[in-house]
Design a protein around this ligand. Structure first.
Ligand code: 3Y8
Ligand code: NAP
Length: 251
């Protein structure tokens, strides 16, 4: 007799929130987990737990202690450490794992992308004369661009920065996505941006700036995703729900 499912969703993305909503609508027990990166996380449709677990071992202990029956890694594609820990912890305690991911964006007609491998590659791509750069990579990697002080930066952060920024000239927008193309076009035009730097996040919540750049004919430095561990990947909440019904512990 399998116990009633208790799903732990590693969240922080639009897709994680959508999955939580779908599980709640079906009366299925789920908890959504966030790292605690932002001051006021958006309200979620299921109970929320916030903060690190303490590495893969901490996550393994959490899975056992809370009798989690299914682990869904719906974190952002750049949250590679969390994804590695999820694979290790799920294997250690025998809790089935699936990743809910969104395909990477691909350039289309009119896109002017320069694809780089990582943040350092993006900073390297910013050598040369001063430009208006929309640096929409969040707060945690601004230091990677301190070596490019010649540019006039426009930053978009979820929370106001606590201390001084590592960038000489920066205009800070405080905003939480999802964003719209029209608003991002206005933002790029208002601040005379002539280059956009973006992570290849995929999904819908972060792509407005890419569509806006295309509409304005602006180049984009597109940062490729980090390598992720081997795991089963699904791309839709319904597929995850079918997986939950089809997977009982111990089978
Ligand atoms: C804390 C939890 C939902 C989730 C919404 C998505 C879309 C809106 C767009 C830009 C790009 C960026 C950033 C971004 C977006 C969604 C999603 C997404 C990009 C929240 C949230 C948490 C975070 C963490 C935050 C990071 C930062 C990255 C801002 C909630 C709002 C740039 C990624 O200030 C900080 O410390 C911010 C840190 C990690 C990347 C970074 O390196 O700084 N997300 N974002 C999560 C946690 O604590 O575990 O409050 O909702 C969630 C969302 N942000 O439920 O609908 O699905 O990706 N988030 C990127 O993609 O490039 C903004 O400005 O155009
Ligand atoms: P990361 O570098 O992969 O993870 C670093 C550590 O943060 C993890 O080892 C874990 O700490 C903790 N952590 C990360 N995600 C967690 C979660 N959902 N629940 C509990 N602990 C978590 O992660 P990150 O890139 O900093 O991303 C942090 C969060 O922001 C994630 O929820 C992610 O989905 C969200 N997010 C990130 C980005 C991005 O661009 N990186 C964009 C949008 C949203 P312990 O080892 O102590 O367990």
């Amino acid at each position: 007799m399998g116990t009633a499912p208790h799903i732990l969703i590693l969240g922080g993305t639009t897709e994680a929130t959508a999955l939580a909503r779908a599980l709640a609508a079906r009366g299925m027990r789920a908890t959504l987990s966030l790292a605690g990166r932002v001051a006021r996380p958006a309200p979620q449709p299921v109970p929320l737990r916030v903060g690190g677990f303490g590495g893969a071992a901490g996550l393994a202990r959490h899975l056992a202690a809370h009798e989690i029956t299914h682990l869904v890694d719906a974190t952002h594609p750049f949250a590679a450490q969390m994804s590695r820990n999820a694979v290790a912890a799920s294997r250690a305690v025998g809790v089935p794992l699936v990743a809910l991911t969104r395909p990477a964006w691909r350039p289309g007609p009119g896109d002017r992308w320069q694809v780089v491998a990582d943040m350092a590659g993006a900073a390297a791509a910013l050598e040369g004369p001063p430009r208006g750069v929309f640096l929409a990579v969040g707060r945690m990697h601004l230091g990677d661009f301190a070596g490019r002080p010649q540019h006039r930066y426009v930053l978009r952060l979820v929370d106001p920065p606590e201390g001084p920024l590592p960038l000489r000239a920066a205009h800070v927008e405080i905003a939480r996505g999802p964003f719209t193309e029209a608003a991002d076009r206005a933002l790029l035009a208002r601040h005379r941006v002539d280059l956009v730097v973006s992570k290849n996040a995929g999904g819908t919540g972060a792509r407005a700036k890419i569509d806006a750049a295309r509409a304005l004919g602006l180049p984009v430095v597109m940062i490729d995703r980090p390598a992720l561990p081997e795991r089963r990947e699904l791309h839709a909440a319904d597929a995850v729900i079918d997986w939950i019904h089809g997977t009982d512990r111990g089978v």
